[in-house]
Write a protein that binds this ligand. Structure first.
Ligand SMILES: C[S@@+](CC[C@H](N)C(=O)[O-])C[C@H]1O[C@@H](n2cnc3c(N)ncnc32)[C@H](O)[C@@H]1O
Length: 198
């Protein structure tokens, strides 16, 4: 199982945003929505071996985290507006039932990075970082890797420190800083190649 954790420093944890102007009204939740597509969808299907957490640190209800599990997810659409609409329907709820309560593979929990770390259980942590060693020359745990991804702002210092304490190995996907969803696509591609060789 490959898992991605995207830390949205400004992405709203409340459902009060407009689908007609997602970037300007949601604290750039659009960045995280694109990460969902990149992590979970392939041409004509879902990656059943992938999971994504969206850590929402912006807005009045923060922090809250959405977890989408590819093993059980249904109706995950590739277009940004549909995905954002589904996320808004989730976020307008008053309660956050927790990671163990999911509907069609989607769960909503109170809490941020620490809540995610508690939910992850057994895993090998990696942090995607432009200035790190290229992942192509790194040894990667193909069984249970977790990749932490920054948003349009990168990572806050407090998050970097928390991930360092966790022992997360910094990895780059290439010499150019790309968008968060593209970084996820490049990781997925590298893992697909390694799995095909194994
Ligand atoms: C748009 S980038 C962040 C840019 C931000 N201005 C910064 O300097 O951190 C969003 C996230 O994608 C990931 N990322 C982007 N390019 C990468 C690369 N070449 N290697 C590894 N991760 C990358 C990182 O996790 C980064 O925090």
């Amino acid at each position: 199982m490959r898992r991605f954790v995207v830390i949205g420093q400004t992405a709203t944890a409340s459902g009060e945003f407009s689908l007609d102007d997602l970037p300007a009204t949601s604290g750039r939740l659009d960045v995280l929505v694109r990460c969902v597509r990149a992590a979970l969808l392939v041409s004509h299907g879902l990656r059943r071996d992938a999971m994504i957490y969206l850590v929402l640190q912006g807005g009045s209800r923060a922090p809250r985290t959405i977890k989408i599990d590819g093993r059980t997810a249904e109706y995950v659409r590739p277009d940004e507006r549909s995905l954002a609409g589904a996320i808004r329907s989730l976020l307008v709820r008053a309660e956050s039932p927790g990671f163990d309560v999911s509907t069609r593979g989607v769960a909503l929990a109170d809490g941020g990075l620490d809540a995610v770390i508690a939910d992850l259980g057994d895993f090998t942590p990696y942090v995607l970082d432009e200035s790190a060693t290229d992942m192509r020359s790194a040894t990667i745990d193909l069984r249970n890797p977790v990749f932490f991804v920054g948003d349009q702002l990168g990572f806050a210092e407090s998050t970097r420190s928390r991930l360092a304490v966790l022992g997360a190995l910094p990895l780059s996907v290439g010499p150019v800083s790309v968008h968060a969803d593209d970084a996820i696509t490049l990781v997925s591609n590298e893992l697909d190649r390694r799995a095909a060789r194994a």
